[in-house]
Design a protein around this ligand. Structure first.
Ligand code: ZN
Length: 490
C-alpha cells in the first residue's frame, strides 16, 4: 500500500493490518523488511532464497471482479487520463502502458526477478486464489477501483504468492501528473511491485526509500535498501544469467573481458554512494547467502600481477518498521565476505583473503598470473544475509626489466649509456636512468649498467647479436662517460 503524505485514516490502517501486519513479526533485522518470497509462479518453482525467478504480470479487463472492491475500471480510468477514446483490449498499445512496462523493467534490471508481460487475462476474480498461468493470466494482476477517492490510499497489493495490485481510480490529479515522466504513477507502481514480490514497509529518518509507506517523488524508483531487499530475496541480476543457473561456478563465470597491463575492471560501483540510486544506475552485485558464489573471469595477454579489492557496500542509515522505533543500521557489515583468485583451470587457488571482519575491505596484492590466459575471481559469504559489494581488479605486467635497460628496448647497451649521460645529476621520481630507484641519476646507476652491459632479456645469444661494439670500444665508451659524469657533477 502506498499513501499520500497525509495522516492515514482508520480505514487505511485497517487495510494495512489485514494485508501485512501479521507478517511483520519475528523477522531478523535486515533494514528492508522481507515477507515470504514467491515459491511457485506460472513459470515454475522459484528455488530458494537468493535464487532468481520469472514472474509474469497482466492487466485485467474492466468488469473483472476484485475481492472486496467490486468490478475493475482501471482501463477506462487510465484511458480517460491519457485521452484515449477507444482502444479495445489491446492494452499494450495504450500510451500509458509504457509507464507500467518501465516500472517492471526497472525492477528487472536491478536484480534476480525477470518480470514478463502476459498479454492474456481470462477475467477470473483477482485478489483471490487464482494462480498465474502462462497464456491465461499473469502471476501479478493489475486492476483498479475507487478505493477512497482523492488523498489517502493510492494503491495496495497482495503479498506472494498472490501479488495482485489494486490502483485507486478515485485519484485523478495524482496519476495524471506528467512531471518527470509520470513519476507519481511510476513510483506508486514500483512501490506496489515491491510488495508484490515480497517486501513490507520500512521507514527511514535519514534517507529516502521506495518502500516507505508514503509517496515520495524526490527520487525515481528503487533506492539502495530497496535493491538490497530484491537481492536478499531473489539474488542479483547475474543470478538470471546462464538461463537462470547464475554465475555460481567457474564454468558459469561472468566475463569481465580482457584486462591490459596497467588496466583495471570495476563491478558493483553503483552501490558506493549511499542509499540514493539514480534512475539509470544498474551496476549492483551481491552475495545473497552462505551458499551463493559469484565467479568472474578475465583474461590477460601475458604473465601478470593482479591486485584485487573487495569492498562490502550498503551504507549506514536509520531505519525501522512502519510506525516503530528507528535505529542505525550498518548494511556494509551484513556478511563477512571471502575473496579468492583461481588459475586458468578454474580450480587452482592462486590467492585468498578472508581475514578482515564483516564490513571491511578484503584485498590481495600482486597475485602472480604465470602466463597469458583466462583467470577467475570468486566472491563468497558466510551468513544468510545479503551483502552488496564492489570488486576491483587491476593488472600489471609481470615482465622483469633487464637491469641497466634505461631506454626500455630489452637490453643494456651503449644507447642506455647515452640515456644515463643525458640524465646525470637529475633527481626525481620515475627517471628511466635511475637504475637503483633512489631518486637520483648518479654513478650508482652507471655501476648497474656496467655490471649488466651486453645482457638482454632475450638470452645470451640474442645479447651477443644485439651488441655490435667490441669489448675495447665498450670500455672506452664507459671511460668517457665517467669523465663526462664528473665534469657535470662539479
Ligand atoms: Zn506500500
Amino acid at each position: 500500500m502506498l499513501q499520500h503524505p497525509a495522516k492515514p485514516t482508520s480505514l487505511l490502517l485497517a487495510a494495512l493490518t489485514a494485508l501485512v501486519a501479521t507478517f511483520a513479526v519475528g523477522r531478523d533485522a535486515a533494514a528492508y523488511i522481507p515477507d515470504d518470497r514467491w515459491s511457485t509462479t506460472a513459470s515454475g518453482s522459484t528455488g530458494v532464497q537468493g535464487d532468481g525467478a520469472t514472474i509474469t504480470w497482466s492487466l485485467v479487463a474492466d468488469g473483472t471482479s476484485i475481492v472486496s472492491e467490486g468490478s475493475s475500471n482501471l482501463i477506462s480510468y487510465l484511458d480517460g487520463l491519457f485521452g484515449v477514446s477507444s482502444g479495445g483490449n489491446n492494452f499494450s498499445a495504450r500510451p500509458w502502458f509504457s509507464l507500467f512496462q518501465e516500472s517492471f523493467d526497472r525492477w528487472t534490471e536491478l536484480g534476480g526477478i525477470n518480470f514478463v508481460y502476459e498479454p492474456n487475462d481470462n477475467g477470473v476474480q483477482m485478489g483471490g486464489n487464482a494462480a498465474g498461468a502462462l497464456g491465461v493470466r499473469g502471476d501479478i494482476r493489475i486492476g483498479g477501483a475507487a478505493i477512497d477517492g482523492p488523498n489517502g490510499t493510492l494503491a495496495y497489493t497482495y503479498l506472494p504468492n498472490n501479488g495482485d495490485m489494486v490502483i485507486d481510480t478515485g485519484e485523478t490529479a495524482f496519476y495524471s501528473n506528467s512531471a518527470n515522466n509520470y513519476r507519481q504513477l511510476r513510483n506508486t507502481v514500483m512501490h506496489e511491485l515491491g510488495h508484490a514480490f515480497g517486501l513490507l514497509h520500512i521507514e527511514s529518518s535519514s534517507d529516502h526509500l521506495l518502500m516507505e509507506p508514503f509517496i515520495d517523488t524526490s527520487f525515481d524508483g528503487p533506492q539502495l535498501d530497496d535493491v538490497r531487499g530484491l537481492h536478499g530475496l531473489y539474488g542479483d541480476a547475474l543470478e538470471k544469467t546462464n538461463n537462470g543457473a547464475g554465475n555460481d561456478s567457474f564454468g558459469l563465470a561472468t566475463s569481465l573481458g580482457a584486462i591490459a597491463a596497467g588496466g583495471s575492471k570495476l563491478i558493483g560501483a553503483a552501490a558506493a554512494s549511499g542509499q540514493s540510486v539514480g534512475a539509470n544506475e544498474t551496476d549492483f552485485v551481491s552475495i545473497a547467502n552462505s551458499s551463493d558464489f559469484d565467479f568472474f573471469s578475465f583474461t590477460v595477454n601475458s604473465a601478470s600481477l593482479l591486485d584485487v579489492t573487495l569492498t562490502p557496500l550498503g551504507g549506514v542509515f536509520f531505519q525501522g518498521a512502519e510506525g516503530g522505533a528507528q535505529s542505525s543500521f550498518d548494511a556494509n557489515a551484513r556478511n563477512d565476505l571471502t575473496l579468492a583468485v583461481y588459475g586458468t583451470n578454474g580450480t587452482t587457488l592462486l590467492g585468498t583473503a578472508s581475514s578482515s571482519a564483516a564490513g571491511l575491505v578484503e584485498s590481495l596484492a600482486a597475485v602472480s598470473l604465470p602466463a597469458a590466459g583466462q583467470y577467475y575471481v570468486r566472491v563468497s559469504g558466510s551468513t544468510t544475509n545479503v551483502q552488496l559489494y564492489q570488486l576491483q581488479l587491476s593488472v600489471q605486467s609481470a615482465v622483469v626489466a633487464q637491469p641497466g635497460d634505461f631506454d626500455g628496448d630489452g637490453d643494456a647497451d651503449g644507447n642506455d649509456l647515452l640515456v644515463w649521460q643525458r640524465a646525470f645529476g637529475v633527481s626525481g621520481g620515475g627517471l628511466a636512468a635511475d637504475g637503483n630507484h633512489d631518486g637520483v641519476v648518479d654513478d650508482l646507476d652507471l655501476a648497474i649498467l656496467t655490471a649488466h652491459f651486453g645482457q638482454s632479456l632475450g638470452g645470451a645469444a640474442a645479447a651477443v647479436a644485439a651488441i655490435p661494439e667490441p669489448a675495447a670500444a665498450t670500455l672506452c665508451l664507459l671511460g668517457a662517460a665517467m669523465l663526462f659524469g664528473r665534469s657535470r657533477a662539479r
